[in-house]
Design a protein. Structure first.
Length: 305
């Protein structure tokens, strides 16, 4: 069930670049689009949340993660206005590499050979996109563009943690509050005024952005990430790049050049080779080596009981 939830979430999230480009083409500012994208799910959660969450350290950490994610999404929206859209989309979907590295550095996940190969393949994909003539970005532009996948990689690792005091809806609500803490002041202080929809087309696009590319997939992701482990979550989520580029090609006519195809193939290949079963912490590996053997029905990658 977790795998199907993550796959459905990937399909919903993949509509975000398409809807964002449509709204940007109609004159809405990046700050306003990002605010609408997360304000609508926040209102939905306020209506659906059954119990008042406990304001503890865990809840505050998810608020902080939401704030970080908001900054990443602002960088993504801003990059869509400055860089070639396909390159921005492909750069965003390099987040599995950052999920692996951040999981290893900050969440005590093991760095196996397959994970290292996957990270290297995605790094090569980033290099191909940077060298592409259609990208035309400075390294500063690349760093801003990379803020979105890095922040989402942190979100993946955080939501993959086992439940403690808060279930999936409470975690999602905390993250959305973090988005609002960042986005509301930035939008009010921005030189661009808040863009108000002036037609039914803009209104429907904003509702679709808030519901079908944010609220629904965010819930499916937060619930599915707990049922599946971090490896499965990042592996399945990598399919999102195919959905996103397909939607942009069908509805916007964005043609993929040779560099786009090569980068997409490398990202998908990294997703296919990365999964290795239940991920262990480094302490689990040390414990398993101390035991020296596993049971016949237990893979070497699984922690020993």
């Amino acid at each position: 069930m977790g795998i199907w939830m993550i796959l459905a979430a990937a399909l919903g999230f993949s509509s975000n670049p398409l809807l964002a480009q449509l709204l940007l083409s109609q004159g809405l500012s990046p700050d306003s689009i990002t605010l609408y994208r997360f304000a609508i799910p926040t209102l939905v959660m306020l209506l659906l949340l059954r119990k008042r969450p406990i304001l503890d350290g865990e809840f505050l950490r998810f608020i902080a993660v939401g704030g970080l994610s908001a900054l990443g999404m602002l960088a993504f929206m801003s990059s869509l206005t400055k860089l070639e859209p396909n390159a921005v989309i492909l750069t965003y979907y390099t987040y599995p590499m950052f999920a692996i590295l951040i999981g290893w550095l900050c969440f005590n996940k093991t760095m196996s050979r397959n994970r290292m190969i996957a990270a290297m393949l995605i790094a090569i994909a980033i290099g191909i996109m940077q060298e592409s003539q259609d990208f035309g970005a400075s390294w500063l532009d690349v760093m801003v563009c990379l803020a979105a996948p890095v922040s989402f990689a942190v979100v993946i690792n955080m939501f993959s943690l086992p439940e403690n005091n808060h279930d999936a809806p409470a975690r999602m609500f905390a993250a959305l509050l973090g988005h609002m803490v960042i986005l509301v002041p930035l939008t009010l202080l921005s030189s661009d005024t808040l863009s108000i929809p002036t037609s039914f087309d803009q209104l429907w696009l904003i509702l679709a952005l808030g519901v079908f590319s944010a609220a629904l997939p965010q819930y499916l992701f937060s619930r599915g990430a707990q049922l599946a482990d971090m490896e499965q979550t990042t592996m399945i989520s990598s399919c999102e790049v195919v959905f996103a580029l397909g939607l942009a090609s069908v509805f916007l006519g964005d043609a993929m050049n040779q560099s786009d195809v090569m980068a997409t193939a490398l990202i998908l290949l990294a997703g296919l080779i990365r999964y290795e079963g239940i991920p262990q912490t480094r302490e689990d590996n040390s414990h398993s080596r101390g035991l020296g053997k596993t049971t016949p029905n237990q893979s070497a990658e699984e922690p020993s009981a």
